[in-house]
Write a protein that binds this ligand. Structure first.
Ligand SMILES: Cc1cc2nc3c(=O)[nH]c(=O)nc-3n(C[C@H](O)[C@H](O)[C@H](O)COP(=O)(O)OP(=O)(O)OC[C@H]3O[C@@H](n4cnc5c(N)ncnc54)[C@H](O)[C@@H]3O)c2cc1C
Length: 505
């Protein structure tokens, strides 16, 4: 288990084989694989684990039909194979889920083109799991959906997860395999020393704010949308924002993932059940805000998503008042250099190297293990033969994980009362919670699933959090103010927002 946050000064005593910068899914995946290879490896994260894109994805472990449509067969195959591996190895955290893709009369691709596409999709995954659902059955499955202009839907399966809990699971296993990880430790600069070692100047954002130097033989920069800041090379990342809305299942009930194609621009948007409520997303826009400020969904994005859903669910008529929370993430897209429509950019990852720093960015949550192996291969830790056998072998996770059963199940509603307190207690003892937002927005998702960030629930947690983390009454008050500030700025609906917010540590 991750356990308590390590002492940064002690980490500076070691000459590491490898330091991984960035505690999203990419960094966690590299730590995990490296630890399994017996490499002396440390991961450093500037904010909280999964603070970046990896807590704000659409939570799908999937091949991605859109990538197939873009002709990206390699990425689709790779993703589907990883999906099947993860379904097998992380049951209860990565969960197979039914998807419905409604088709309008006269829409292209129509039923037969979709059947062929899904036959191919299933074949790449090694499953057979699709069929046609006619309009009458579709109405039965989703009664509030307006099926008047729909022919029916293609039904197939993909998978859902809790993205942050996936990161945490990978980190826990990595630490059990001998890796180390620390959050709230930001890398300010990487320099090459004579002899080839790399020196990382890091700031401790959780403690005294002091700067320390860490030393490693190799460094992998896995900072996603931030990758250009440390790569030392020409900029390659085109940051794109995608936003989601969470609404109560009582207002919009879906038991399967729906893919709604916007008749105005042809973009697919998912409406899916998640942790007891309903999630709607995503948008896809160039993100021009300061990356060091936490993104937020803009009014235009919120209106776009509500309009689309209300078109398909005319009797439901969601309004802003229904929104429990919003969630905006910045996708690290490797720029094609052609500009143009953000949705049409490929979702591949890339690995490149400059002055001893290996940078990896782009890709998907689903393919984190492949991305990790590619980065480790470029860093010289695995040769081609080992690479192939690791790729084929699938991931290795511990079977007897001490993580409470149910934590991270994407379709589970958060428990209440003593059951919830028991989970929170486990998290506080094992998962390096430094701030209240770590607990409310990432270790648990109560900040997303409850109105006003679960403000009303905070007094219930106060005694336990203060006891476990040794916080005084005034520290608790400071944390509550910080947390509610973050909720107000980045996770709620606000008129006239700027699309960005301060993300000071
Ligand atoms: C809206 C949206 C929906 C998506 N949906 C899906 C999906 O359904 N399925 C799927 O497979 N993929 C999806 N993706 C893609 C997926 O989420 C990302 O590819 C993935 O999360 C990227 O992970 P990462 O670790 O590379 O980046 P991040 O998760 O952003 O991690 C990078 C980390 O680096 C840290 N960092 C930055 N600078 C420093 C520094 N100087 N020192 C130390 N640490 C630093 C950051 O704080 C951050 O935590 C989606 C993406 C978006 C935006």
């Amino acid at each position: 288990m991750l356990g308590n946050r390590p002492d940064l000064a002690k980490l500076a005593d070691t000459r590491w084989d490898l330091i991984v910068i960035g505690g999203g899914i990419t960094g966690a995946g590299i730590l995990h694989q490296a630890a399994q290879l017996g490499i002396k490896v440390l991961l450093v994260e500037k904010h909280d684990f999964s603070y970046g894109t990896s807590s704000k994805s659409s939570k799908m472990v999937h091949g991605g039909l859109r990538y197939l449509k873009q002709g990206d067969i390699r990425l689709t195959r790779e993703s589907l194979q990883e999906r099947e591996h993860l379904l097998r190895h992380l049951p209860g955290l990565v969960v197979r889920q039914s998807y419905l893709f409604p088709l309008r009369h006269g829409q292209f691709p129509g039923r037969w083109a979709m059947t062929v596409a899904l036959w191919f999709y299933d074949m790449l995954a090694g499953v057979r799991d699709h069929r046609w659902v006619n309009a009458a059955e579709l109405t039965q499955r989703i009664p509030a959906l307006d099926t008047r202009s729909l022919k029916g839907a293609m039904r197939y399966t993909d998978a859902l997860t809790d993205d942050t809990r996936l990161v945490m699971r990978v980190l826990h296993d990595a630490v059990e395999e001998g890796g180390r990880a620390i959050n709230y430790c930001g890398v300010d600069e990487v320099t090459q020393r004579p002899g080839g070692d790399l020196a990382l100047s890091v700031t401790d954002h959780a403690g005294d704010g002091l700067t320390t130097t860490l030393v490693a033989r190799r460094v992998i920069n896995a900072t996603g949308a931030w990758a250009d800041q440390l790569s030392g090379a020409a900029a390659r990342v085109r940051p794109q924002r995608g936003s989601h809305l969470f609404v109560p299942a009582a207002r919009l009930q879906v038991t399967e993932c729906l893919t709604l194609v916007n008749p105005r621009d042809g973009r697919p948007v998912f409406v899916f059940p998640w942790e007891g409520e309903t999630c709607i997303g995503t948008t896809d826009l160039d993100h021009r805000g300061d990356l060091d400020r936490e993104p937020r969904a803009t009014r235009e994005e919120i209106d776009y998503l509500l309009d689309l859903v209300n078109g398909f669910f005319p009797d439901t008529q969601l309004t802003e008042a229904d929104i429990l929370s919003t969630m905006a993430g910045v996708r690290p897209i490797i720029a094609s250099g052609k500009g143009g429509d953000p949705s049409s950019e490929r979702r591949d990852h890339a690995v490149w190297s400059q002055d001893g720093v290996i940078t990896v960015s782009g890709g998907k949550l689903t393919t984190f293990r492949v991305i990790a192996l590619d980065a480790l291969a470029m860093a010289g830790f695995i040769d081609r033969h080992r690479y192939r056998s690791l790729r084929r072998g699938g991931p290795r996770f511990s079977r007897n994980s001490a993580i409470p059963a149910g934590l991270g199940h994407p379709l589970r509603r958060w428990p209440e009362g003593d059951a919830l307190l028991a989970e929170v207690d486990w998290i506080l003892r094992n998962e390096m919670v430094e701030h209240l937002d770590d607990l409310m927005l990432r270790r648990t998702r109560l900040g997303n699933m409850l109105p006003r960030g679960g403000e009303a629930r905070l007094p219930v947690f106060e005694p336990l959090v203060r006891e476990r983390l040794g916080w005084t009454a005034s520290r608790w008050e400071t944390e509550v103010q910080r947390y509610l500030g973050i909720i107000g700025e980045s996770y709620s609906v606000q008129p006239g927002n700027m699309g960005i917010v301060d993300a000071s540590c």
